[in-house]
Ligand binder design. Structure first.
Ligand SMILES: *[C@@H]1O[C@H](CO)[C@@H](O)[C@H](O)[C@H]1NC(C)=O
Length: 333
């Protein structure tokens, strides 16, 4: 067992103690599995001789949230937002994992300019590493990934990168089961898309080979104050993405929450402070995090596991969500 797998096992015991009382079934609550959270370091290329180069570990540092109970679980990749850390989402990732998913969140870069081309390639490299069975040694014993298919998700610019990957901007070696974009952003405003542009401004032009869920925030398009532009400007954000998705697709918008409100309650450091200082926020982050986690789980349960009851439940009775929804749209097959 590797050190990270050992840490994951320890984390499991603690998390099991905390969650034995959690109720089962409701996607907006913590699920029935205790979860582990492991940091896995980036591969170091070892040159044994000029002719042989061996690589161990993933192409990017990873944060992995996984159920503790033995079993085989579907895999979801989660791509962080612009200049964010993957661990700003640790509570969200664990929420999803507690419902029986292995969630892989790469740290795409520490600093990056507006062009996302390199990021799309890195995301593809992470998927290829999963396909090459890199994951097994990092998980607790008897916890196995089902890599028949993979789902891709991402927040903000990570949502754009998720779309780019799904649309084939970089080739990957696993078929896509589902795409989830959380308040995706394709640039700094209408007519100011960052490279490569994803939105085309033509209806149903984003021919993703899988069902798509687009989650939006009502306050993402509102500036925090006069100093900063909005974090998810109108015209390059969730509604524009949803408009361009063919069926099956759905669109859920949390009316009273902001662009970074699905992150952890505590996000430290300069980047962590920026998540609150730059973007307009709702009240507490917990309801938004429960909503986003639950919506992701409901969508994955339907499209990866063939169990539509939770997504149908949100569609029929949006008031079951822990936040007010200003849009509940479904485009059926
Ligand atoms: C693995 O995933 C595929 C596709 O979702 C599914 O058909 C299969 O039953 C899964 N296998 C297990 C052992 O759960």
């Amino acid at each position: 067992m590797t050190a990270s797998a050992r840490r994951a096992v320890l984390a499991c015991y603690y998390s099991l103690l905390l969650h034995t009382m959690a109720s089962a079934g409701d996607v907006f609550d913590h699920g029935r599995h205790g979860t582990s959270l492991a940091h896995v370091e980036e591969a170091k290329t070892r040159r044994c001789s000029p002719a042989s180069v061996s690589v161990v570990g993933p192409p990017k540092p990873l944060l992995i949230a996984a159920p503790c109970d033995a079993g085989e679980y579907p895999v979801v990749v989660f791509l962080h937002g612009y200049l964010a850390n993957n661990y700003f989402y640790s509570q969200l990732l664990q929420h999803v994992a507690s419902h029986g998913f292995i969630v892989i969140a790469p740290q795409m870069y520490t600093l990056s300019g507006p062009d996302t081309t390199a990021e799309i390639k890195s995301a593809a490299a992470v998927v290829d590493w999963l396909a090459a069975d890199g994951l097994s040694s990092t998980l607790p014993p008897n916890v196995h990934p089902n890599l028949t298919v993979v789902s891709i998700s991402g927040h903000s610019r990570g949502g754009k990168v998720a779309f780019a990957l799904a649309l084939g901007h970089a080739k990957t070696s696993l078929p896509l089961a589902a795409l989830i974009a959380v308040d995706p952003v394709d640039g700094t405003g209408l007519g100011k898309q960052t490279a490569p542009p994803i939105l085309t401004y033509k209806e149903t032009s984003l021919r993703v080979p899988a069902p798509v869920m687009v989650i939006g925030t009502g306050l993402g398009e509102v500036p925090r104050n006069v100093l900063f532009p909005p974090c998810a400007p109108l015209g390059v954000s969730h509604a524009a993405f949803y408009d361009e998705c063919p069926a099956p697709a759905c669109h859920l918008v949390a009316r009273d929450y902001g662009h970074t409100d699905m992150m952890d309650d505590v996000t430290r450091g300069a980047k962590g402070l920026a998540t609150r200082a730059v973007c307009k926020s709702g009240e507490a982050r917990a309801p938004m995090r429960r909503f986003v986690g639950g919506a992701m789980v409901a969508f994955l349960k339907k499209w990866v596991e063939g169990r539509p009851e939770w997504l149908d439940g949100i569609r029929d009775r949006p008031e079951v969500a822990p936040v007010v929804l200003s849009a509940v749209e479904f485009r059926d097959e």
